[in-house]
Design a protein around this ligand. Structure first.
Ligand code: HEM
Length: 158
């Protein structure tokens, strides 16, 4: 079962890089940008940070998905998706799907352009919206992490 142990280690490592990055953006970068602590050109700074982080997040998302489905197949855990008791398995797949769509489809095709235009027209409102969106994604991710760690150790969660 060494392969499953390695898959689990890579799964958690990629989750840490990805969700940790979302936490830094939501808790540190966006509040600092909104207060003007990182200079007056908020849009330029945000896009420079986001351009770099998006690739880390994309690679991490792929690793999380591959290792997650690998473990599900190797341990034959598909039945869990039929039971509400394993809500955290559903949550992992939902969070993964949401970010995959955001990072690979919505952001490059629509969101980037739309946010750029909104931030030029009404920067305060655009950055306030962006921060709310990041907090929502972070909250969903953290609930999923808590559920997955506790649930995979056998704790029965509501
Ligand atoms: C395609 C999506 C995913 C699949 C198929 C998947 C699958 C799995 C599986 C099978 C396990 C092992 C469960 C067990 O040992 O009982 C696991 C563990 C875990 N997953 Fe996922 N996962 C996915 C996405 C995610 C996401 C998006 C996160 C974080 C937001 C996440 C966080 C975790 C954590 C923290 C563990 C527990 C590791 C441990 O404590 O040993 N997973 N995942």
């Amino acid at each position: 079962m060494d392969d499953v142990i390695i898959a689990r280690a890579l799964h958690v490592l990629a989750v840490v890089i990805w969700i940790g990055g979302v936490a830094v953006v939501a808790m540190v970068v966006l509040p600092a940008l909104r207060r003007g602590d990182l200079g007056s050109n908020r849009l330029q700074v945000f896009e420079a940070i986001e351009r770099r982080f998006a690739w880390h997040a994309r690679i991490a998302t792929v690793i999380v998905g591959l290792t997650g489905f690998y473990m599900t197949q190797r341990l034959d855990l598909w039945d869990r998706f039929r039971s509400g008791e394993f809500w955290w398995m559903h949550a992992m797949v939902c969070v993964w799907l949401l970010f995959t769509l955001l990072l690979f489809v919505a952001e490059p095709l629509v969101l980037h352009r739309r946010f750029h235009a909104r931030a030029l027209a009404a920067p305060d409102a655009a950055f306030a919206w962006l921060q709310r969106a990041h907090w929502l994604l972070l909250a969903l991710s953290l609930i999923t992490v808590l559920g997955a760690v506790a649930g995979s150790q056998g704790l029965s969660l509501p």
